[in-house]
Design a binder for this molecule. Sequence first.
Ligand code: NDP
Length: 256
Amino acid sequence: MAARPVNVLITGANRGLGLEMVKQILEAQRPVKNLFACCRDPDGPRAEALRTLAKKHPNISINRLDATDLSSIKECSQKVGTLVGSEGLNLLINNAGLLSKSTLEETTPEDMQNSFNTNLLGPLNIIKEFLPHLRVGAKASKTPGMSTRKAAVISISSILGSMQVVKESYSYFPAVSYRISKAGLNMLTLCAAEELKKDEILFALLHPGWVRTDMGGEEGEIDPPESVQGMLRVMASLTEKQNGAFLDYKGQPIPW
Ligand code: NDP
């Protein structure tokens, strides 16, 4: 039987890992009906590559979504709801993120607030606002269990949010506000996984590896195509057994 086309939403889809996800999801064999590629400024220069892609692929819709702006999240959710209707949303990827490399002594309240707003409050508000569409997606799939083709939220976290690797990684990469916000995102995901398992919506966290993007820098270990290929493979393999899991792009568990 042919796979049912799904509806997917990605935040921070205009560059870096988000843009690569859009490209690879379009190339994949698994059919996508609507790909909601969200970014802060759809008409600005930083979304040019995404606009070029959307011209060639009518199933991409570029939507404004600023993770720090609740009204933009609500507006985007409304548009998505109108488009997906009774099919609902199947996969939401919380990818947008902000990195500040400050040490504890350099960290300011503003720095902390910015990291929290983008990396933690953003995903929280996005999950809450898109939940109705995910619930519809879960019901409409009429398949048992959990999967990213049924209803799922995958949040892109980081190994830097792991408490257990602080000792070995802190000296060369402090990033205090980033680490704390990603640790918060991890806890948010575990809470969501517990609270929403009754709705059969899967929640999981992925660490993309150290990737050569604007954020990862040139000294990164892998390029976006390798990271995204791995993450999409992992996403496709997830079932209810991995609800609340924290895995890297190769599918290996990351210590909490
Ligand atoms: P980039 O810096 O290359 O891209 C970040 C993306 O997030 C951009 O599209 C940016 O949009 C968007 N973004 C930032 N703030 C907001 C906001 N308030 N609202 C909406 N979009 C926003 O980063 P990567 O692609 O490397 O990172 C993607 C994810 O992967 C992040 O969550 C990051 O923490 C995580 N990660 C990355 C690693 C790496 O090595 N690269 C390692 C571990 C985790 P704009 O163009 O408007 O700024």
